[in-house]
Design a protein around this ligand. Structure first.
Ligand SMILES: Cc1cc2nc3c(=O)[nH]c(=O)nc-3n(C[C@H](O)[C@H](O)[C@H](O)COP(=O)(O)O)c2cc1C
Length: 419
């Protein structure tokens, strides 16, 4: 349950107060004053959305120790600053798989984020397009990949879960749809052999198929902002599956998803990875890699990117923090593939830490949902802007001018895994 977003900065500023951004509206200034970091967004989201929504994003596997470990490991990384750098021209842009992005971070795939804030995917896709950062649409999103493509445009990536029914008929079809819709990168999730138990979700009755009991109804009515958003966007559903289910009511879609889990859902084998690699005409990333030898295997199959991730502590709490295996994987892969990172990113400083340790870009999940929960749709833009500001400030503070210089930052990484 422990998480760095709970640790408020000191009340007495140790540096001069921040200057007001020129031209900012009164509303923007008030928001900035209210939510100077993600800590405050999370705190407010907790009050503003139903308990089931907060626990669905904030809770992890077991006793949330995996989430805490990701946070503690990132916190423990110290970056050594160098001064005397003429840094007026600090440039945050990054090129990933031949496409330029405005900042070295992106939105990780999230299934069913509508539980946290109805319509979440649409707000995130639109905000990513505006800010020119990658947005990863999920297999189990509440909007179809075609709908999200219309909003994310050239910032769209697509994440694939294994849908094992009928020998990949559905998986292949989804991938073809994502490609036709214009997704640039296919991210194959490797780390969900099964849907593990998240106790805080279970306690809130968030098990498929969803049932509205009296407690849930009360939870909703007592959070009116969420209720308004719900009236606009409806309940989350497995939108991408609608084509594969006759008369696709939410219950039938949930049943399709469950049948998939029961019929072996789960982890892709290396043979299957190769089949999807051959099917996708563009860059393929494997998401959820933790062991350097798995990364090496992926590269040998022609995979273009490795997303080092422990699923943000949501699958098993006993895994290493993913930041602690990042350097070994980056060393193993070298220039043969692009290394990406997620799990525990709560600030632009965390992004820069990941860059220093060998990632080309970092992704975040929960951070964006805290923003949506606290502010509503505009929260997606807010968190992206907050991260951009923090990445820029951290880069200038440690004395680098481009993201390519990040690996040159001297650092101490006490938890780094040696294989
Ligand atoms: C609500 C929620 C839903 C998620 N759903 C998916 C998913 O459908 N597919 C997937 O590959 N990862 C999923 N993830 C994991 C994220 O892609 C990412 O690995 C993780 O959130 C990173 O950790 P962070 O939340 O600490 O940033 C989900 C995460 C959250 C918080």
């Amino acid at each position: 349950m422990d998480d760095r977003t709970r640790v408020a900065p000191p009340l007495t500023p140790t540096v001069a107060p921040m200057t007001r951004p020129a031209g900012a509206s009164a509303k923007a200034l008030a928001r900035r004053r209210r939510f100077p970091t993600l800590f405050y967004l999370r705190q407010h989201a907790r009050r503003r959305i139903p308990k089931f929504g907060f626990d669905a994003t904030d809770g992890g596997a077991g006793t949330d120790r995996g989430i805490a470990r990701n946070a503690a490991a990132l916190d423990a990384i110290e970056l050594m600053p160098r001064y005397g750098v003429d840094d007026d021209a600090c440039n945050m842009e990054v090129e990933l798989f031949g496409r330029r992005y405005a900042a070295p971070f992106g939105v990780a795939p999230m299934g069913m984020p509508g539980v946290v804030w109805p319509g979440a995917e649409k707000y995130l896709a639109r905000a990513a397009q505006r800010a020119r950062v990658p947005y990863t649409a999920g297999t189990v999103a509440s909007s179809t990949v075609e709908e999200l493509a219309a909003l994310a445009g050239d910032m769209l990536w697509f994440q694939l879960y294994r849908i094992s029914q009928e020998d990949h008929r559905y998986g292949f079809d989804l991938v073809k749809r994502a490609q036709a819709a214009g997704a640039h990168v296919l991210a194959i999730t490797m780390d969900v052999p099964l849907r593990t138990k998240r106790p805080r979700e279970v306690r809130r009755g968030l098990v498929l198929p969803f049932r509205l009991d009296a407690r849930t109804v009360w939870d909703v009515i007592s959070h009116p902002a969420w209720l308004v958003a719900y009236r606009e966007h409806g309940l989350p559903r497995f939108a991408n599956y609608a084509r594969y289910v006759e008369n696709p009511t939410p219950d039938r879609l949930a049943a399709f998803s469950q049948r998939s889990d029961q019929s072996g859902g789960g982890a892709f084998s290396w043979d299957e990875v190769k089949r999807y690699r051959d099917l996708w005409r563009g860059p393929v990333v494997l998401k959820g890699i933790m062991h350097p030898q798995d990364a090496a295997k992926a590269v040998s199959l022609g995979i273009d990117g490795i997303q080092v991730s422990n699923h943000g502590g949501r699958q098993v709490e006993g895994l290493p923090a993913s930041i602690d295996v990042l350097p070994a994987i980056a060393a193993e892969v070298g220039a043969r593939a692009t290394v990406l990172f997620d799990s525990g990113v709560r600030s632009g400083l965390d992004v820069v830490r990941a860059l220093a340790l060998g990632a080309k870009a970092a992704f975040a999940g929960k951070a964006f949902l805290y923003g949506l929960g606290a502010i509503g749709g505009e929260g997606a833009d807010y968190v992206i802007d907050l991260f951009k500001e923090e990445v820029r400030d951290s880069m200038r503070q440690v004395g680098i001018k481009t993201v390519a210089q990040a690996p040159t930052i001297a650092r101490r990484h006490p938890g780094a895994w040696q294989f």
